[in-house]
Design a protein around this ligand. Structure first.
Ligand SMILES: [Fe+2]
Length: 387
């Protein structure tokens, strides 16, 4: 998302010009050197880890010593020096669940994607190079790819869904509704640089770096978060609470869910379902059944009664894959007949994924078997699958 540069601490007003004395400049940017960027100013060289573990590391090769088969044999071939991983390893969207109870005893960074946290339960802070970002239930937190951070829960009940998108999240165009629709960008919050602190100090500090799903460790004798003494730029974490989301509703028109698109990347649309009016008796208030063929639809249920669902409680998640028609469940029609769907009190987060999603072994442990036939056999009580 394009923003005017935020500035904190020690920084020059132009990149690469008059670097503050005693600091190093590091460009933290997107799309190579062509996209948005933030420049961080550090006390130590940012790459001065004192130990490194795992496969990820800077590599140098002396090509003069590598004997290729085509060196002596005209029919020989070049030597394979390196190869990208299989395309399937570059997943476009991964959805994780964290239930972390204790602070990370390490710092973390992923280059597999931008992360969008949605905090369902728990309070705490996220320590970042840009300062402290507190979180509470209902917070969306976007952590751009490559940002160093540390999750520090301050309660024992954290439950958050993390969407890791290969490409950056932005705010969809509001069209004729105007740029202040749904939420004014003014409610977006950024880390508090003045509270820049980290609980990881003294002794070795470990930074775990995830690339292609594999974690490596960089070990420093200083804290890379505390190392930043200033910055200027637009690439940094941000957050929005769902209670600041103000959906569009109409008494005469069934507003489609896409009108509540909150964030989007090329891989996923993030839609917020928030309390709203659902229309008069002429209007179809419940969702229309639909044959979704372009998106796999995930919904995480956060709070309230989900007006289109039966047997689904806060903290649950559904996946309606492409090719599987779906819509309101029988209980929803009954509530509608009783006049209970004039407005909703629900908070839920929909993730419409461009690429097909496949349930991983840990996700399978939470499957509610009866859901797949719950339009025919309504369920009121969640029935967790036996694992
Ligand atoms: Fe749907």
């Amino acid at each position: 998302m394009q923003r005017f540069p935020l500035k904190n601490g020690v920084y020059p007003n132009q990149a690469h010009v008059r670097i503050p004395e005693g600091t190093y400049e590091m460009e933290y940017g997107r799309e190579g050197f062509f996209g948005e960027a933030t420049h961080l100013y550090t006390k130590e060289m940012p790459s001065a880890w004192k130990r490194i573990e795992g496969p990820l590391r800077p590599i140098a090769m002396d090509c003069r010593t590598i004997e290729t088969s085509d060196l002596a044999d005209p029919n020989g071939t070049p030597a394979l020096l390196m190869q990208s991983m299989a395309a399937c390893a570059r997943r476009s969207l991964s959805i994780y669940l964290t239930r972390r109870r204790e602070p990370m005893p390490f710092l973390y960074r992923t280059v597999d994607g931008d992360e969008l946290y949605f905090f369902h339960r728990g309070v705490g802070v996220i320590e970042t190079e840009f300062g402290i970002l507190p979180y509470r239930p209902g917070d969306y937190v976007i952590i751009p790819k490559g940002c160093i951070y540390r999750l520090v829960p301050e309660s024992k009940d954290t439950l958050a869904i993390i969407s890791e998108s290969r490409t950056a999240f932005g705010i969809p165009d509001r069209g004729i509704l105007g740029s202040h629709a749904l939420f004014d960008p003014g409610v977006i919050q950024y880390p508090d640089f003045d509270q820049k602190r980290s609980g990881l100090n003294g002794g070795d500090v470990e930074l775990q770096v995830k690339r292609a799903g594999i974690r490596s460790k960089l070990i420093f004798d200083y804290n890379p978060i505390e190392n930043v003494v200033g910055y200027k730029g637009t690439v940094l974490p941000s957050k929005l609470n769902v209670r600041d989301f103000r959906p569009i509703s109409s008494m005469r028109y069934h507003v489609p869910p896409t009108a509540a698109a909150t964030f989007a990347s090329s891989e996923v649309y993030v839609v917020t379902f928030a309390p709203r009016f659902l229309g008069d008796d002429e209007v179809l208030r419940l969702p229309y059944y639909h044959r979704n063929v372009d998106y796999d639809e995930v919904i995480f249920y956060h709070e309230g009664v989900f007006f289109s669902r039966g047997g689904i409680e806060p903290g649950m998640l559904t996946l309606h894959p492409m090719g599987i028609d779906h819509g309101p469940q029988p209980q929803a029609w009954e509530r509608d007949r009783q006049g209970l769907t004039k407005q909703t009190n629900e908070y839920a987060v929909a993730l419409d994924a461009v690429e097909p999603l496949f349930v991983a072994p840990d996700g399978a442990k939470g499957i509610i078997e009866a859901y797949s036939t719950s339009w025919y056999y309504p369920i009121e009580t969640p029935q967790l699958a036996q694992v």
